[in-house]
Design a protein around this ligand. Structure first.
Ligand SMILES: [Fe+2]
Ligand SMILES: [Fe+2]
Length: 256
């Protein structure tokens, strides 16, 4: 599907339908996760970029994508919600569960080895990372144990399943707002880590573990951006739209 890009096009529309455009937004320092509702003109102004340059780079990316006919990205706007959730769990949650403790070990190791020369910076990274790991651990569990099962059960119900899911939170929009706030907080912590490390600039005396730590932190940031994008820009709006198109009776929601 092609799209006419101009200043009024929203970031959400672009990254939702063409995830390859994420790289362009990253290059311009434009937040496509939490700022997805903004149009390009607004985003360009905020990041002090020239709108024509941004549109040109986005167009070039879409042309390159169209030329790569062998690469077919799944259209998550059309796939059933349970498939999208399964994908998020298998790809992004599984990665986070594996990476959070492992990278935490690297943070401690590098602080121990390089504390003498880079102690101030590494202690900040250590504290920020610990806060991030704690926040994210709780966040992932809330999605896995409460929100995602609810969305899956509501979808099954709409498609003729036996009964609507019971929920203690009323509308699905309520936990979603909380998840979005937590995404924003996690994104801010990663941005702070990027800042205190000077955009992950390695010091001259960095050892391979130091290098591995920065590579892992950058990979985590990229994965989290894709993860949050799929939830904020695709899954959550679709779950809210599905609920308002076909509300589950309040009696069912409250288990009555
Ligand atoms: Fe998630
Ligand atoms: Fe999330």
């Amino acid at each position: 599907m092609t799209i006419q890009i101009d200043g009024g096009t929203t970031i959400r529309e672009l990254v939702g339908r063409h995830p390859q455009t994420r790289k362009v937004f990253e290059q311009y320092g434009i937040d496509y996760c939490c700022g997805g509702g903004k149009c390009l003109a607004e985003a360009a102004q905020e990041s002090q970029a020239a709108l024509p340059d941004l549109v040109r780079d986005l167009d070039a990316t879409l042309l390159a994508v169209a030329a790569r006919t062998a690469t077919v990205e799944k259209d998550w706007y059309a796939a059933p919600l349970h498939e999208l959730i399964e994908y998020i769990l298998q790809v992004h949650h599984a990665y986070m569960h594996e990476a959070l403790p492992r990278v935490g070990g690297l943070v401690r190791k590098v602080l121990h080895a390089h504390g003498a020369h880079h102690g101030d910076m590494l202690r900040q990274v250590h504290d920020l990372y610990n806060a991030l790991a704690t926040e994210l651990g709780i966040h992932l569990r809330k999605e896995e144990e409460v929100l995602f099962p609810y969305i899956v059960a509501a979808e099954a119900h709409r498609e003729g399943g036996p009964a609507g899911p019971a929920a203690c939170f009323g509308s699905v929009g309520n936990p979603i707002r909380q998840m979005e706030a937590e995404h924003e907080s996690a994104g801010e912590v990663l941005a702070q880590i990027r800042k205190v490390t000077g955009n992950y600039a390695l010091p001259n005396d960095a050892c391979p573990t130091f290098r591995a730590l920065y590579e892992e932190l950058e990979r985590m940031e990229e994965d989290l951006h894709q993860h949050i994008h799929l939830e904020n820009n695709v899954l959550f709006p679709r779950a809210i739209a599905a609920e308002s198109a076909s509300p589950i009776g309040l009696a069912q929601i409250h288990g009555g």
